[in-house]
Design a protein around this ligand. Structure first.
Ligand code: PLP
Length: 415
């Protein structure tokens, strides 16, 4: 941890703003533990004063070091777009790949740097050889970037899509496992699950699910949009075949960057979605999946800075902090008799996503009021079993904000 911290400080030394240097001075040698330390972390984010931002599951702000790195390299790129000046970006991209691999417990050759979760999942959906009658098992709470794309592929190639229902909220890990295992047939070729759902925050026990998939020779694809940067993730330990995530969510990186992991032994089963110059250089590793023509090089440098920022704090510490915030929030919400929680109180069954309704208050009305009257940015689902307001805090939020977000609901007429 301390060597990561030292490396991060060295990497960022020079040309950085006073705000970052002050942050570094305040926390160097002493990882954030106290509320004051976390407030120092919060000050690294350019969130507007008075805004309680609770929508990490959609998009997170990037920290100042990440934004500064981005601007610095944007200026560099456009000041001198020559091949000579741009040579360094290849090395920086490889450095990012190594750091992502370490963050996720994978090998660099298993990591493709893609543009977001949607693209990563679509590379799997469109890239696997499948034949008429093969079955794809999805869950009813997967994001459309997984479920819609499987349905389109199924229509084109006469595949069969089967859908496992999702308990709201989950009562046990076994219940989640059984909901999938009971739908597997001899024809199931792919199982597509979401690590933590964006709908109600159910967290799937991936290691057990991967063992079942392996036993049946099924490709397990994991949508990691709500776990990358939020939870400690070790993909080799989990044993899935592929995993996709976005940089602009919990990882607090730049927009339109993401990661796709594909297990080494499975890489040769995937056709690339886009083929252009560079594909032939890496036919055996995940780099073949990220050739899209000219990339936005400065943005990739900013992505690296976001991974550095997380490493500096320590992924275990980030997850522990998220757990503290979310548990506090859920306890406050559960203490309000008007609130109906749709997310589990149990951390083993949930992540950073908290979903609830308030009795007697239409969800859309509440959603609008939260922002207009209380400056709370949330998300909402308007109907169905996942209906409700979604609060998704992250490390730039404070315990006071959790109190505020829960307390404003008590001033509602229905509450
Ligand atoms: C579970 C899940 N998967 C995929 C996505 C799509 O992410 P992106 O738009 O970054 O591709 C989202 C977006 O919220 C999500 O919540």
């Amino acid at each position: 941890m301390f060597s990561e911290r030292r490396k991060f400080l060295q990497a960022l030394a020079g040309g950085l703003p006073a705000s970052w240097l002050a942050f570094q001075n305040k926390l160097a040698g002493a990882p954030p533990t106290s509320e004051d330390d976390w407030k120092t972390v919060k000050r690294q984010f350019p969130l507007a004063d008075g805004l309680t931002y609770l929508n990490a599951a959609n998009v997170c702000p990037a920290s100042r070091p990440v934004l500064d790195r981005h601007f610095e390299y944007l200026r560099d790129f456009h000041a001198d777009p020559s091949f000579q000046n741009r040579e360094k970006y290849d090395k920086l991209q490889e450095s990012l790949r190594r750091k992502l691999a370490r963050l996720l417990g994978a090998d660099p050759a298993e990591i493709a740097i893609v543009r977001n979760t949607s693209e990563g999942s679509n590379i799997i959906v469109q890239g696997l050889d499948l034949k008429e009658g093969d079955e794809i098992l999805i869950t009813s709470h997967n994001h459309p970037s997984s479920n819609h794309s499987w349905k389109v592929r199924a229509k084109r190639d006469r595949l069969v899509v089967r859908e496992a229902s999702v308990p709201v909220p989950a009562r046990s890990q076994q219940q989640l496992i059984d909901s999938l295992a009971s739908k597997i047939t001899r024809k199931t070729r792919v199982l597509a699950v979401t690590h933590v759902t964006n709908t109600t925050g159910n967290k799937y026990p991936l290691e057990e699910i991967a063992q079942i998939a392996q036993k049946h020779g099924i490709w397990l694809h994991v949508d990691g949009a709500q776990s990358l940067g939020a939870l400690e993730v070790n993909l080799h330990k989990i044993g899935c075949d592929s995993y996709a995530g976005s940089a602009h969510k919990w990882l607090m990186g730049p927009l339109e960057n993401g990661v796709l992991y594909v297990r080494k032994e499975k890489l040769d089963r995937l056709w690339p979605l886009i083929v252009t110059a560079g594909w032939e250089q890496n036919p055996q590793d995940a780099r073949k999946l990220e050739v899209f023509g000219q990339r936005d090089n400065p943005r990739l440098v900013a992505f690296e800075a976001a991974v550095d920022f997380l490493n500096f704090l320590g992924m275990a510490r980030v997850e522990a902090r998220l757990r503290t915030l979310v548990t506090h929030l859920k306890q406050k919400l559960a203490a309000n008799p008007a609130v109906v929680l749709r997310s589990s109180m149990d951390w083993d069954l949930s992540g950073g996503v908290v979903k609830f309704t308030v009795r007697g208050v239409p969800t859309d009305q509440l959603y609008q009021e939260l922002y207009a009257k209380h400056r709370i940015a949330s998300a909402r689902t308007l109907s169905g079993e996942a209906e409700g307001i979604r609060y998704s805090p992250h490390i730039y939020n404070t315990l006071e904000e959790m109190d505020y977000a829960a307390d404003v609901l008590r001033s509602r007429p229905g509450a």
